[in-house]
Write a protein that binds this ligand. Structure first.
Ligand code: ADP
Length: 593
């Protein structure tokens, strides 16, 4: 629909109402004036006819026709009125303007018919005799014998019509003047109504454009004033809110920009909402041209997409390591968490990136160093052991202190050897897990656990510890058999070591929560709560003296933990002092992947 200004809605309506009113009043006034004039003329004609009636009555006989005609002509000229006298049978007896002899019978004229019926007859029509519009009034001439004739007076309507025309012109002029005046007033009133609204519209447009500096002028009419004041209040409110939002945004951006961690926020369609400079630098993209673009298009890294998709679909926090190829390989630790709306619905995801390239490099350097040192130590330690054993054989059993000292040296060399072997083993697992990934195969857990138990059987029997296995024979898991067995042997070894003689060690395997749980439990020494979180650290031993006495290196649990982690699993302990400990390994179900 075509839009028009309010002025052009109001003004034509006002004008139409005025035109209708002025036309109606003018028409009514003119009609009233016209009636008044006609009535006045008719009344004058009636009065003249009545006056003539008295004079004509005695002359109505046919013999007095000439006298009657002369009277009509004389009086007619005197009062400028046409006077006609007609006999009851319609014959014209006298006429002030014409010769009655040449006039036709007037018995059928409407005013004569009415007068002959005894009333005052009246008619306005065109006179063919005088060729003009005439008003006729006829009164009966009453005598003792009845109606003796009719006196008819007539005047041309031309004069009346002329006067009426003049009146009409004046009324029309007055109406036109009124119309012009009221049109001007209507226009002024319409403008007066429309102007404040127009100003409010301009004000609203300014507000929409973010200019809150100028208030909308408050007009006088209450309704408009209320509206304008509400708009000004709303603008002030909006201004304050926008300032707060802008300030918060600036603060947020400053915080994000100053962070060394990369932050990427994406919406439900995986389109970037915000990305700080650190993230852009890590991902090697331009931070200014990312908004609204999808991560698929921007970031060419499958692992990143997996993390983003998992968070958007699953809604849970997810962590993962991303390797970004480039001139220099960058290793980034990514943690994704869902962004939720007030109603708890997932509306996007935030992914925080941490550049761990240096850390990983340092770890590798440390690992290489440990591996190299262990490797370098292996040969001299083996030689030392060989020489010391030769010496011991030469000194013999009754060598006194020398033999005792040599035994102690051999024991320490054995421990050193064990540590070197364990360290090398650890390095190998880390190396394998890092570069090649583990070679996994579907194996029967019962077989793996039986085999591990078999390895520890002699030590267990030596210490009088009984090992019991509870596992379903059909239970299978995808594992690296050799490594996994090693981890279980380490746990079993500890369980036997820290059980008292005659104790019992339980080994079990079960399906649980989409994975497999393997447990190794004993009823021995137990581990105090404060040590439980640290026993998986390298070289951590609760009672160093005792552990060493038992030939422990402090690396057994660390190795087990690394093996389990290389299987994407986890290891935990539940223990209480003197009650025993249970180590649980959780291996996720990877058969589907
Ligand atoms: P270690 O070679 O000394 O046994 P581990 O890494 O295997 O080293 O274990 C770390 C420490 O955890 C041990 O020194 C011991 O104190 C404690 N520990 C491990 N397993 C058990 C267990 N089943 N019962 C009690 N203590 C244990």
């Amino acid at each position: 629909m075509r839009r028009r200004k309010l002025l052009w809605h109001l003004f034509p309506s006002y004008l139409l109402i005025t035109v209708i009113a002025v036309t109606a009043v003018s028409w009514y006034s003119f009609d009233a004036v016209r009636r008044f004039y006609l009535e006045e003329t008719a009344a004058a004609l009636t009065a003249r006819a009545r006056l003539l009636e008295e004079r004509a009555r005695p002359l109505t006989g046919r013999s007095d026709a000439d006298a009657l005609d002369s009277l009509a002509k004389e009086l007619g000229a005197a009062v400028s009125t046409r006077i006609t006298v007609i006999s009851p049978d319609g014959v014209v007896l006298a006429d002030s303007e014409e010769d009655p002899a040449v006039m036709d019978n007037h018995g059928d004229r409407p005013e004569i018919v009415q007068a002959l019926a005894g009333a005052v007859g009246r008619s306005s029509r065109y006179s063919y005799t005088l060729q003009t519009n005439m008003m006729y009034v006829a009164v009966p001439i009453s005598s003792e014998t009845g109606i003796a004739g009719v006196v008819r007076t007539a005047v041309p309507l031309t004069a009346v019509e002329e006067q009426l025309r003049a009146v009409r012109t004046r009324i029309a002029l007055a109406a036109l003047f009124l119309l012009v005046l009221s049109a001007a007033v209507s226009l002024a009133v319409s403008r007066r109504i429309a102007r404040p609204l127009h100003q409010m519209q301009l004000g609203a447009e300014r507000f929409a454009g973010g200019d809150f500096a100028h208030d909308v002028p408050v007009p006088r009419p209450t309704e408009f004033a209320g509206l304008a004041e509400s708009m000004n209040r709303m603008a002030a409110d909006l201004d304050a809110r926008i300032r707060t939002v802008v300030q918060q945004k600036a603060e947020q951006e400053a915080v994000l920009a100053s962070m060394s961690e990369g932050v990427v926020a994406i919406d439900r369609e995986a389109k970037v909402i915000t990305m700080n400079r650190a993230a852009a630098a890590m991902l090697r993209i331009d931070a200014d041209a990312v908004r609204g673009r999808s991560v698929q298009e921007l970031i060419r890294n499958v692992r990143f997409h997996e993390i983003a998709t998992s968070v958007l679909e699953g809604g849970g926090p997810i962590e993962g390591e991303i390797t970004l190829a480039g001139q220099q390989e960058t290793v980034v630790e990514a943690s994704g968490a869902p962004m939720r709306s007030g109603s708890g619905e997932t509306v996007g995801a935030v992914i925080v990136l941490n550049d761990v390239t240096k850390l990983r490099r340092l770890e590798r350097v440390r690992r290489d160093f440990v591996a190299n040192v262990s490797h370098e130590l292996r040969t001299p330690v083996t030689s030392i052991k060989g020489f010391v054993e030769t010496l011991r054989d030469e000194v013999g059993g009754d060598g006194g202190n020398s033999a005792r000292f040599l035994e102690i040296i051999i024991k320490h060399v054995d421990r050193l050897n064990a540590i070197i072997e364990d360290l090398l083993y650890l390095s190998r697992i880390e190396e394998d897990a890092d570069h090649k990934g583990l070679v996994l195969e579907s194996v029967s857990l019962f077989d793996v656990l039986s085999s591990a138990i078999g390895e520890c059987r002699s030590v267990a029997e030596e210490r009088g510890v009984d090992i019991r296995l509870t596992a379903d024979r059909g239970l299978e898991a995808r594992l690296n058999r050799q490594l996994f067995e090693h981890a279980v042997v380490n746990l079993l070894d500890n369980a036997i070591k820290y059980s008292s003689a005659g104790g019992e060690v339980e080994v079990g395997a079960d399906c649980e929560g989409g994975g497999t749980v393997i447990s190794v439990g004993d009823h021995g020494l137990g581990i105090a709560e404060e040590h439980q979180s640290r026993i998986f650290e390298r070289f951590y031993q609760v009672d160093k003296g005792r552990s060493r006495e038992m030939g422990g290196t402090g690396l057994g649990l660390s190795i087990a933990k690394h093996i389990i982690q290389a299987h994407d699993g986890s290891i935990s302990v539940e223990s209480s002092l003197k009650q025993g400990s249970t180590f649980s390994i959780h291996i996720p179900d990877t058969s589907s992947s």
